[in-house]
Design a protein around this ligand. Structure first.
Ligand code: ASP
Ligand code: MG
Length: 417
């Protein structure tokens, strides 16, 4: 007779399982959740530092390594943790077993090192839970149709956890990490950053793609699509099983669940972009297409774009690309110099993108203006701007990052008092 207990996914990141002591502590946290009357499925990351070490091995042998072999190597980190945690649970009297991605199976496409989940067959995991055994799943990994092991991109165990929560119909996906939730901005930069009780999927998505590192961007996309309620909480602080009516962490939920819709909910920064300026372009129709088509064809992700006003039919174009794609971008532009017809390409790595995000922007005006004025008052020059319905981003010199973040945090009334 199947029981009818609330199901919860508990995911533990690298620092939460960094050594055997931490793994024992995590086992107790899981035991408390089971004793509180829940059916629990656990998802784990590799012990912190392990994935980096494995990636390093691949790069040292051959920088142009075979990506499917890379996947079979880097996926082992999670496999170790899942087995260790299963033993730690058994040791304190909680029946448990480990699961690799292929054993479930968690089926993905064949984009090795950055695969996407196609389908999860949750049957065996549900049976495992219902027979009173806690499944501990190795995150970050899956299997493709040809039977090869795949991985989901760095930080991908968040995505595993959310996908599994959706497939077993969990009431919540708890992501345990080394911070106690989501903050209005990075507390290491702005010490007046505030803990956020709840945040909308859309906001978290903009913050994550704007550079906030708490959750992998793809995991938020998936949570939004599948309506999985996600809680971010600390594995270092929490000793009690969180109760639905008093959750200690930050909740990522749908907009309807958010009571207070602030103008600005959070501020993120990203140092991962580089600026490209193309000078001496003919000011004529089709010029943007001639630049961005070849970049798109080579999968270079262009983010912010600004075109300066033309003088004498000559104009300049500024845009940003991921720092890791800068060399390739320069190469592609050089190859297309004839068709585009520019005189010079300049690049700058010393830039930061700062984004302010809030669903309240839909109904409040003047949010962008506050940003521009705050930066102007501190003589910080804006090099490019981009916006969405709930976000304004600016590109500035990286030396002003801290000054700008603190000033904006105060200007939007986010400071902790
Ligand atoms: N261990 C993998 C990484 O370091 C996946 C994860 O931790 O989410 O990227
Ligand atoms: Mg992570």
């Amino acid at each position: 007779m199947p029981r009818n207990l609330p199901r919860i996914v508990m995911k533990f990141g690298g620092t939460s399982v960094a050594d055997l002591g931490r793994i024992r502590k995590v086992a107790y946290t899981i035991k408390k959740q089971v004793e509180a009357g829940c059916e629990v499925t656990v998802v784990v990351s590799a012990m912190s530092g392990v994935t980096n070490q494995l990636v390093g091995y691949c790069e040292a042998l051959n920088p142009l390594f075979d990506r499917s072999e890379y996947d079979s190597i880097v996926s082992t980190g999670e496999q170790v943790t899942s087995g260790l945690l299963a033993i730690a649970l058994q040791t304190i009297g909680v029946p448990s077993r480990s699961w690799s991605g292929w054993q479930i199976p968690l089926l993905t496409d064949s984009v090795y090192s950055n695969a996407r989940i196609k389908k999860i067959d949750a049957l065996k995991i549900i049976e495992c839970m219902q027979s009173g055994i806690v499944p501990v799943i190795a995150g970050f990994q899956g299997i493709d149709e040809t039977g090869k092991v795949t991985t989901l991109g760095r930080g991908g165990s968040d995505t595993s956890a959310v996908a599994i929560a959706a497939s077993i119909k969990a009431i919540r996906c708890d992501i345990y990490t080394d911070v106690d939730g989501i903050y209005t901005t990075d507390p290491r930069i702005v010490n007046k950053a505030k803990h956020i009780k709840s945040i909308a999927y859309e906001e978290m998505l903009e913050l994550a793609s704007g550079g906030a590192k708490v959750l992998q961007t793809r995991s938020v996309e998936l949570a939004m699509k599948e309506k999985v309620r996600v809680q971010v909480l600390s594995s270092f602080k929490e000793d009690q099983a969180p109760m639905e009516n008093a959750l200690p962490g930050s909740l990522v939920v749908s907009e309807e669940e958010i009571v207070e819709k602030e103008q600005v909910t959070g501020i993120a920064y990203s140092m991962n972009e580089a600026k490209v300026i193309i000078k001496g372009l003919p000011d004529q129709p089709g010029i943007a297409a001639s630049i961005f088509r070849p970049l798109a064809e080579e999968n270079v992700n262009v983010d912010m774009i600004a075109q300066s006003g033309a003088t004498d039919q000559i104009t300049n174009m500024t845009f940003t690309v991921p720092k890791t794609d800068l060399k390739r971008t320069q190469q592609i532009l050089e190859q297309n110099k004839q068709t585009i017809g520019f005189t010079q390409v300049l690049t700058d790595n010393e830039v930061v993108k700062i984004s302010v995000v809030g669903i309240g922007m839909r109904s409040h005006t003047g949010v962008a203006n506050t940003m521009f004025k705050t930066l102007a008052d501190r003589s910080i020059n804006i090099q490019a701007i981009s916006t969405s319905e709930i976000k304004v981003s600016v590109l500035i010199a990286s030396e002003y990052m801290e000054l700008a973040m603190r000033a904006l945090h105060t200007a939007y009334g986010l400071d902790y008092t």
